[in-house]
Ligand binder design. Structure first.
Ligand code: NAD
Length: 455
C-alpha cells in the first residue's frame, strides 16, 4: 500500500519504518529540513533501540523514503498518517497548530481519494476539525467541495507505543484502536486500515472499532490511568517511609492480585516525558471547557510535581539548604530508559534545584547526554553561574568521582548491578539517593548509606 507519514519524530519514524517493514511503500515527510537531511544521509535523529538497522534495510529496499516536499507526500499516500507533535499550550490545552497545519497541507495538495489517519494524540472533536480544515482548503482551491469520485475519510488511530520498546510495541500491539466515521467514508477507511494492519493481526484481530471521538478519548484515558497508578504508588511510598514499611514488599503483595496487575506501580521520583504531563493537562482542560473538574487527575499532577522535589528534600535534609562546595554525580537524565528524550524529564527539575543551591553536578546518561546538554542549556539560560557548575561525563563511574553523593534518576539496566566497592571508592561519602528504587536496601550492609523511596 502507498502510505505517507507527516511528522517524522518518535512516533512517525517508528510507524513509517514498521509499515515499510511489512511491505508497504512509505514516504515520510517532516517540516524540519535538518531532520530530513539527516535521514536522507543515513543518520537516525532519535535514539530508539533497533531502529537504525530497520530503517537502513527498508531504505535499501526502496520501501522507505524521506522527503521535505509536502506536495509529494500528499500525492503519494492513499493513507496519510498525521504524527506531528501536540504539545501543551499555555493554558494546558493541546496545541493543535501542527496537526491543523498538516491538515491544511493535505487539503492544499490532495487531488484523489485519501484516508487521513490521526496518530497524534488529539482531544475529542479533532477528527471533525481535520475534515473541516481539509474540506475548506479544497473548496478554496477548487471553488467546490470534493470532486466526484474523490473520497475523504478521517480515522483516529492513536498510538500506544512506548519509547524504548517502540518497534516491538508497534509490531506486536496489544490492541489497535480504530475510530472511524459513520457511513460510507468510515467503511472505506476501515477496509483500507484492515488491509494495512493485516500483518499485525495474523493470529487474532486486535482491532477495537469505535467512533472517532471514542478513539480520541481512549488515548487520554489510557495515559491518565497510567499516570494515576504512578502517583498512587508514590503517595503510598511516602507514607510507607513514615510508618517504617518497605514499599517494595507492599508492591509485591499488591501486584499479585490480577485485578491490579504489576505495571506502572514503581515508586520513585515521578513521571515525565512528552506524553503524560501534557495529556493529563489537556484532559483536565477539556473537562473544564465542559464545566467539569477532574479532581482525581488534578491531584495526580500535584502529587507528581511534588514527588520530583522529594529527592531534593532528602538531599537537603542530609546536607542542609546550602549546597555550595557539594558535588553530586547523576546517573540517568532521560525521562525513562531506552530513549534520549529529555522532554519534561524529572532530571531537569532536580538538577536545576541542586545547582540553584550552589552544588556542582556531574551528569551521566548512556544515550541522552547530547539531548540533555541542549535541554539544560535552555533551562539554565540566564544563569551562567549555575551552567558553569554543570558538566557531563560519558562514563558512569567517572561521573561519581569525588562526589558527595550519587543520585539515580533513570532506571537504565546498566545501573542495576554496579560494582558497589568501586563506587564507594570513588565517592567522598558512600551515599546514594536512588530516585528509581533500583537496589535492595541490603546494600547498606556494604557500608553504603542508601536512600530510596518508601524503603
Ligand atoms: P516529536 O516531537 O518527536 O515529532 C513530531 C515531528 O513532527 C517533529 O519531527 C516535527 O518537526 C514534525 N512536525 C511538526 N509540524 C509538522 C508539520 N506541519 N508537518 C510535518 N511535520 C511536522 O513527537 P512524538 O513524540 O513523535 O509525538 C507525536 C504525537 O504522537 C504526539 O501527539 C504525541 O502525544 C503522540 N504520541 C507520542 C508517543 C511517544 O512515546 N513519543 C506515544 C504515543 C503517542
Amino acid at each position: 500500500m502507498k502510505i505517507s507519514i507527516i511528522g517524522t519524530g518518535y512516533v512517525g519514524l517508528v510507524t513509517g519504518t514498521c509499515l515499510a517493514e511489512t511491505g508497504n511503500d512509505v514516504l515520510c515527510f517532516d517540516v524540519d529540513e535538518r531532520k530530513v537531511q539527516r535521514l536522507l544521509s543515513g543518520d537516525v535523529p532519535i535514539y530508539e533501540e533497533g531502529l537504525p538497522p530497520l530503517i537502513a534495510r527498508n531504505v535499501l529496499a526502496a520501501r522507505l523514503v524521506f522527503t521535505n516536499d509536502i506536495s509529494h507526500a500528499v500525492h503519494h499516500g492513499e493513507l496519510i498518517f498525521i504524527a506531528v507533535g501536540t504539545p501543551a499550550g499555555d493554558d494546558g490545552r493541546a496545541d493543535l497548530q501542527h496537526v491543523l497545519a498538516a491538515a491544511r497541507d493535505i487539503g492544499r495538495y490532495m487531488h484523489d481519494s485519501k484516508v487521513v489517519v490521526a496518530k497524534s494524540t488529539v482531544p475529542v472533536g479533532t477528527g471533525i476539525k481535520l475534515r473541516a480544515v481539509i474540506e475548506e482548503e479544497l473548496a478554496t482551491r477548487r471553488g467546490s467541495n470534493l470532486a466526484v469520485g474523490v473520497h475523504l475519510s478521517i480515522v483516529s488511530n492513536p498510538e500506544f507505543l512506548k519509547q524504548g520498546t517502540g518497534i516491538a510495541d508497534f509490531m506486536q500491539p496489544d490492541r489497535i484502536v480504530l475510530g472511524s466515521e459513520p457511513g460510507a467514508a468510515g467503511q472505506y477507511a476501515r477496509d483500507l486500515m484492515r488491509r494495512m494492519y493485516a500483518p499485525f493481526n495474523r493470529d487474532h484481530d486486535r482491532t477495537i472499532h469505535m467512533s472517532l471521538e471514542a478513539a480520541e478519548f481512549t488515548k487520554y484515558a489510557a495515559n491518565a490511568m497510567l499516570a494515576t497508578r504512578i502517583s498512587f504508588m508514590n503517595e503510598l511510598a511516602n507514607l510507607a517511609e513514615k510508618v517504617g514499611v518497605d514499599i517494595e514488599q507492599v508492591r509485591c503483595g499488591l501486584v499479585a492480585d490480577p485485578r491490579i496487575g504489576n505495571s506502572f506501580l514503581q515508586a520513585g521520583a515521578g513521571y515525565g516525558g512528552s506524553c503524560f504531563p501534557k495529556d493529563l493537562q489537556a484532559l483536565v482542560h477539556t473537562a473544564a471547557a465542559h464545566g467539569q473538574r477532574l479532581h482525581l487527575l488534578e491531584a495526580v499532577r500535584v502529587v507528581n510535581d511534588a514527588q520530583k522535589l522529594r529527592l531534593v528534600d532528602k538531599i537537603v535534609g542530609h546536607f542542609g539548604e546550602d549546597l555550595h562546595g557539594r558535588r553530586f554525580g547523576i546517573w540517568g537524565l532521560a525521562f525513562k530508559p531506552g530513549t534520549d528524550d529529555m522532554r519534561e524529564a524529572p532530571s531537569r527539575i532536580i538538577i536545576q534545584a541542586l545547582l540553584m543551591r550552589g552544588a556542582e553536578v556531574v551528569a551521566h546518561d548512556p544515550v541522552a547526554i547530547d539531548e540533555a546538554r541542549m535541554a539544560l542549556a535552555k533551562d539554565l539560560d540566564g544563569h551562567p553561574d549555575q551552567a558553569a557548575r554543570l558538566s557531563f561525563n560519558g562514563q558512569a563511574l567517572e561521573a561519581a568521582d569525588n562526589c558527595d553523593a550519587l543520585v539515580i534518576l533513570t532506571d537504565w539496566n546498566a545501573f542495576k548491578n554496579p560494582d558497589f566497592d568501586a563506587l564507594k571508592a570513588r565517592l567522598r561519602e558512600p551515599l546514594i539517593f536512588d530516585g528509581r528504587n533500583l537496589y535492595d536496601p541490603s546494600i547498606r550492609a556494604k557500608g553504603i548509606d542508601y536512600r530510596a523511596f518508601g524503603r
